[in-house]
Design a protein around this ligand. Structure first.
Ligand SMILES: *Cc1c(COP(=O)(O)O)cnc(C)c1O
Length: 396
């Protein structure tokens, strides 16, 4: 289905799809939004139907009209042939990995992967006799040199969590295809809008829908979108694991989807404006934002992505804990907290030095990850400027 120019399966542009996908008003008395179907039991009209299970919905865990609407919409957005929903982004990652691995397998995962994905591999998959090698995000087609006879899959996340290294997905896909190895992409940063991993050669695309699809910091949800050859594996894993999303959460994601295109345009523009402003500050050593021309992965971003979300990081010049606290503690518009993708701006400090293995983190100064929300840029800049002033005034 991935035959349109933008890599989605649709003839319409993203803004139109965001509004219209996953809706069938005249199946529900003309009401515009797909309603929340809550349900476990689904009734069958006859013994024959019960025995054959020959109807669209068979049990709440297996799907409702609400969940199917979102699955269909995300599938079309990412140019997939099938999608499943899970209770969180991390459960989408875990379900996708469990769908493919068996005892004795070896996995290749980018070193800048979302850290809880790493914990799932090191803590849970290791118990099943599955080993994981973390590789340098810049490896590209060189990934083939890390293939072992038992390598089952590669998991890319581009840009990387917190540190925003870009990965050459087409080059990695060429290598995995040649060896019949599965390629999974965590596509959360780009949202379903700005990158189409399946068109770039991945078999599976994961969305932590908690982030931009829900978009309002009010629900947890995950999605796994697959091409035709991977679809049966995900369906079987979902069935066996009992993975299913909440009905209300699914509704909130459908609702978030309607404004995804306009929200992301604003996240992108404001994110770039704040990133450029930070880049010019004397307190900042480096800005890690793939849409900035100075980013080492900028050409990959230009080639493979059609936009940027509002999430990026900066590395400050060395500063004491007291100075860092002076900067962060008085911010009034930036919240400090985990997750992102909502309408609000956020900032957190991070330090990957304790767990990265292939790309040791050796930055001297503190690192901050920003999520730029939908506030006015000038207000955000004034908040940050006041923070830098507090930082300058604070002692060491
Ligand atoms: C947040 C995130 C997840 C996990 O999503 P949750 O819904 O918080 O479980 C997975 N991958 C990436 C890249 C994320 O940023």
């Amino acid at each position: 289905m991935a035959d349109s120019k933008d890599g989605s399966g649709s003839k319409f542009q993203a803004a139109t799809n965001a509004v219209h996908l996953g809706r069938a008003p005249f199946d529900q008395h003309g009401f515009v939004n797909t309603p929340v179907y809550r349900g476990s039991t689904v009734l069958y009209p006859s013994l024959a139907k019960l025995t054959s299970r020959d109807q669209a919905y068979t049990y709440g865990r297996r799907g409702t009209p609400t969940t199917r609407a979102l699955e269909d919409a995300l599938c079309e957005f990412e140019g997939g042939s099938s999608a499943i929903l899970t209770s969180s982004g991390l459960s989408a990652v875990a379900t996708a990995l469990l769908a493919f691995v068996q005892t004795g397998d070896h996995l290749l995962i980018v070193d800048s992967v979302y850290q809880p994905t790493r914990i799932f591999c090191d803590r849970m998959l290791s118990k099943l006799g599955v080993t994981t090698t973390y590789y340098d995000a810049n490896i590209g087609g060189g990934i083939a040199q890390l293939f072992q006879p038992n390598t089952r899959l590669v998991l890319v996340e581009s840009p990387g969590s917190q540190t925003f290294e870009m990965q050459d997905i087409p080059a990695i896909a060429a290598a995995t295809r040649a060896r019949n190895i599965w390629l999974i992409a965590d596509n959360t940063w780009a949202s379903p809008l700005f990158c189409k991993p399946l068109a770039l050669g991945a078999d599976v695309s994961i969305q932590a829908a908690t982030k931009y699809v829900v978009g309002h910091a009010d629900a947890m949800l995950g999605a796994v979108i697959t091409n035709a050859r991977a679809a049966n594996h995900l369906d079987a894993a979902k069935e066996a694991l009992g993975t299913c999303p909440g009905s209300e959460e699914t509704y909130l994601a459908l609702r978030g989807l309607r404004t995804l295109d306009v929200r992301l345009a604003r996240h992108m523009a404001s994110g770039l404006a704040v990133a450029q402003w930070l880049d010019a500050r004397s307190e900042v050593a480096r800005v890690l934002h793939p849409a900035l021309p100075t980013h080492p992965g900028h050409s990959i971003w230009q080639r493979d992505f059609s936009g940027a979300s509002g999430l990026f990081s900066v590395i400050l010049k060395p500063a004491s804990e007291t100075k860092l606290a002076a900067l962060l503690d008085g911010l009034t518009l930036f919240g400090m907290g985990y997750s992102w993708g909502g309408f609000e701006s956020l900032v957190i400090p991070f330090d990957p030095s304790s767990y990265r293995t292939a790309m040791p983190w050796r930055e001297a100064g503190p690192a901050l990850r920003f999520h730029i929300g939908l506030e006015a840029v000038d207000d955000l800049l004034a908040d940050l400027e006041a923070g830098f002033n507090r930082m300058a005034a604070a002692g060491d």
